[in-house]
Write a protein that binds this ligand. Structure first.
Ligand code: BES
Ligand code: MN
Ligand code: ZN
Length: 502
């Protein structure tokens, strides 16, 4: 087995250029609303007369009409290409369409094997969205769109696309530059989380995940502390240790601390599930259900990457990241159904299914969070298949007992591009996870019904001392067709966590 030492290098450089400067990128994107006036496009004047005639004709004959997702390549007379990109109807243009269009522009340019691509920021503007936010969204999604994970292929096809230029009016230059800088940082950190996820379970062990967190710390100045088996034993983290028992891989508890504000300011605490491989344990997962389970640490990866982004953005907040990391394996040493684990909280956990391991390890981390007297705790976890059934593959489940927080976080999801949607968490749900022989049990008393809620209700028992929300990101942990992103880990929740504290 080969250990890859470094994650992928930064995908692409993005520069902001004044519209008055010469447009010399190999491809230019003419982003176009249905029935828009081509002559008003900021890049129109950069085209040669013969090219304009050709493009006008394509529009006249309806070979290109500007529908959402439509893309046509026009070869330029002196070399290079024009990408005609359909943005749909202008009145339907919104932030979601902006995300997809930005990615599609890059995916098309990448497929065309050009080395550089230029676009006019103006053609992506949205009423009510500032220049820097549009620039950020474009940059963030461009960086996400060119990402690939070729590390394990013998034949690596190098990505030719190395740079993008965003053309702006001179007066918008500073704002656009600000947005691009932030967008590139966030996009790259999303890609870091994707890398951590895509590395197979045989290599991405708790030890390696902790090592990656330490690397992020070295790059950014975030303080990173890693507890191993002995330290966890001394701490009394019996829940983490219980789940880890069946694996030869040592469990790690990763603690990251970023100080961007005065010490008196209460921190946000982000908690991420870091199960580097989830076999189900003795309640072994059947058949194909085990296939994606190297991605079961994506909540943890999101927390690690988000702390990196927040530090690079120098945000004036205090943030703590907590990632309990284990491998969930069966074997003679593995924890058993019926076992009663006593964790940090002192409550006993009745294990009735070793495959409901995420909530068990998170219980120790949520209890540990108390010592920071947090302003808010958000945990991110690929927690339940039931949440995927409920909300599908594009939306994370949001659980919190506090209504106002629910509304606020739904909006954070919308703004960030990591879409979340509320599911209920009420007092009457707490009865469903009451233990028979222990204080709480790790599966619902009524079987599989409402499993996502059962998981949230379980976590809630350990999160009573501060404002708290839980994101179940099992659904959107992988990219899906139509998102214009490479197959594999999505890097879900990095953008959400960064947007939350901004
Ligand atoms: N990691 C899984 C959840 C999961 C499943 C994430 C599929 C992504 C794709 C989690 O540890 C798990 O196994 N949950 C169980 C809980 C059940 C035993 C109560 C599940 O959802 O089946
Ligand atoms: Mn499981
Ligand atoms: Zn799991």
């Amino acid at each position: 087995m080969c250990i890859i030492s470094l994650v992928n290098p930064p995908a692409m450089r993005i520069q902001v250029q004044a519209l008055s400067s010469r447009v010399s990128t190999e491809a230019i994107v003419i982003a176009y609303f249905v029935k828009a006036n081509l002559e008003k496009h900021s890049l129109w004047r950069t085209l040669r007369a013969s090219e304009r005639v050709l493009i006008q004709r394509l529009v006249r004959t309806k070979d290109f009409s500007g529908k959402t997702g439509e893309a046509k390549i026009v070869y330029r007379t002196g070399g290079g290409k024009v990408v005609l990109l359909g943005l749909g109807e202008e009145k339907k243009w919104n932030q979601r369409s902006l995300v997809l269009a930005a990615r599609q522009a890059m995916v098309v340019a990448k497929a065309e094997k050009v080395t550089s691509v230029g676009l006019a920021l103006e053609s992506f503007m949205l009423p009510g969205m500032s220049i820097d936010r549009v620039a950020q969204a474009l940059a963030e999604n461009a960086v996400m769109a060119v990402y690939d994970f070729p590390n394990y292929k013998k034949e690596k096809i190098p990505v030719k696309l190395k740079s993008a230029s965003f053309f702006v009016n001179a007066s918008e230059f500073a704002a656009a530059q600000r947005g691009v800088s932030a967008g590139v940082i966030i996009g790259e950190q999303v890609n870091l989380a994707r890398d951590l996820g895509n590395i197979p379970g045989g290599e991405m062990t708790p030890t390696m995940l902790a090592q990656k967190a330490v690397e992020v710390g070295k790059q950014t100045g975030v303080k990173v502390q890693v507890m191993g088996h002995d330290a966890l034993k001394k701490l009394g983290a019996g829940a983490i240790l219980g789940v880890a028992h069946g694996s030869s891989e040592e469990p790690k508890f990763i603690i990251m601390e970023y100080r961007g504000a005065s010490a008196s300011e209460k921190p946000y605490v982000f908690v991420g599930k870091g199960v580097t491989f989830d076999s189900g344990g003795l309640n072994l997962k059947p058949g194909v259900h085990m296939n994606d389970m190297h991605l079961d640490m994506l909540g943890g990866a999101a927390v690690i990457a988000a702390l990196g982004a927040i530090a690079k953005l120098k945000l004036k907040v205090n943030v703590v990241g907590l990632v309990p990391s284990v491998e969930n394996m069966p074997g003679s040493a593995g924890y058993r159904p019926g076992d009663l684990l006593k964790g940090l909280s002192g409550k006993t956990i009745e294990v009735l299914d070793t495959d409901a391991e995420g909530r068990v390890i998170l219980s120790d981390a949520l209890t540990y969070a108390e010592r920071y007297k947090p302003k808010l705790v958000v945990d991110v976890a690929t927690l339940t298949g039931a949440c995927m059934v409920a909300l599908g593959l594009k939306t994370a489940g949001l659980f919190t007992p506090e209504k106002e927080l629910q509304i606020k976080l739904t909006e954070v999801g919308e703004r960030s591009g990591d879409y979340v949607w509320p599911l209920p968490l009420w007092e009457e749900h707490e009865a469903d996870i009451k233990g028979t022989f222990g204080d709480v049990q790790n599966v619902g008393r009524k079987g599989r019904y409402g499993d996502a809620i059962n998981g949230a209700a379980f976590l809630w028992q350990f999160a009573k001392k501060y404002p708290w929300a839980h994101l179940d990101v099992a659904g959107p942990m992988k990219t899906v067709e139509g998102q214009f992103l490479a197959k594999g880990a999505s890097g879900v929740a990095v953008r959400f966590l960064v947007e939350l504290v901004r």
